[in-house]
Design a protein around this ligand. Structure first.
Ligand code: PEP
Length: 252
């Protein structure tokens, strides 16, 4: 059975002191909530991953990195490898976030390499994709999403899918306050699940968690999460306030 997941992408926010404070509040709230079949993930910046692993200790909250390089090691100044993340106690990585695609030139081909490298290191991944507003206006959003998934993931063997979480994030809804309607989210999530089922098996498609991301807030989370193919959310802005993040977790 697939899991419900709420993951917080902190982006380039929070110094070490702020990281500790926020994590302690989240940890306390998650413990109190005594969740069943719901996984909570936080993704602080690289420099605070070690702190996060320590603060969260043996709590149920998992720590993810926001990115990684595909190479194992070498002359790649400023980059971080899957191996390094694992040695720091981080076993999950977010790949393909629209900000990485837009500002750092991450193409489907680059992401395919990153996916392979992460899986080689036995890491789990949250793979993000989604259309821009123009794609939707031109009715090309299904085609675009299908190609993003296909190009980076459809070369993988069936066994790899146990390690993959998908995150549909329409670019026009990220950090804009604009949210896809629950119906738009459900329509796309059902399409994604069918795309995976057509390429692999119904069982694999049924078991893969598909998160929605894009201006999820305590006020809209419940309605979005109530849709049958929406298995949780990847949360940006609202993950930076413990009360909001915890309310979104409660909504699931
Ligand atoms: C994100 O960055 O993945 C995201 C969904 O951001 P926000 O919730 O702020 O739109």
């Amino acid at each position: 059975m697939r899991k419900n997941i709420v993951a917080g992408n902190w982006k380039m926010n929070n110094d070490t002191k702020e990281t500790k404070l926020l994590l302690k509040e989240i940890r306390k709230g998650v413990k109190k909530a005594a969740l069943k079949n719901t996984k909570v993930i936080v993704a602080p910046s690289f420099v605070n991953l070690n702190t996060a692993v320590k603060v969260l200790g043996n709590s149920k909250i998992k720590v993810a990195a926001q990115n990684m390089n595909a190479a194992k090691n070498g002359a790649f100044t400023g980059e971080i490898s899957a191996d390094m993340l694992k040695s720091a106690g981080v076993k999950t990585v977010i790949l393909g976030h629209s900000e990485r695609r837009a500002y750092f030139g991450e193409t489907d081909a680059i992401l395919k390499e990153k996916v392979d490298s992460a899986l080689e290191q036995k890491m789990k991944l949250i793979f993000c994709f989604g259309e821009e507003l123009n794609d939707r206006k031109e009715n090309k959003h299904f085609e675009l999403v299908e190609s993003q998934i296909k190009n980076a993931l459809f070369h993988l063997p069936e066994t790899s899918w146990k390690k993959i979480v998908l995150a549909y994030e329409p670019v026009w809804a990220i950090g804009t306050g604009e949210t896809a309607s629950p119906e738009q989210a459900q329509e796309m999530h059902a399409f994604i699940r069918k795309t995976v089922a057509d390429k692999y098996t119904a069982e694999i498609a049924d078991n893969v968690s598909i998160l929605y991301g894009g201006s999820v807030k305590p006020t809209n989370a419940k309605e979005i999460f109530s849709k049958p193919d929406v298995d949780g959310g990847l949360i940006g802005g609202a993950a930076l306030k413990a009360a909001d993040f915890l309310a979104i977790i409660a909504a699931i």
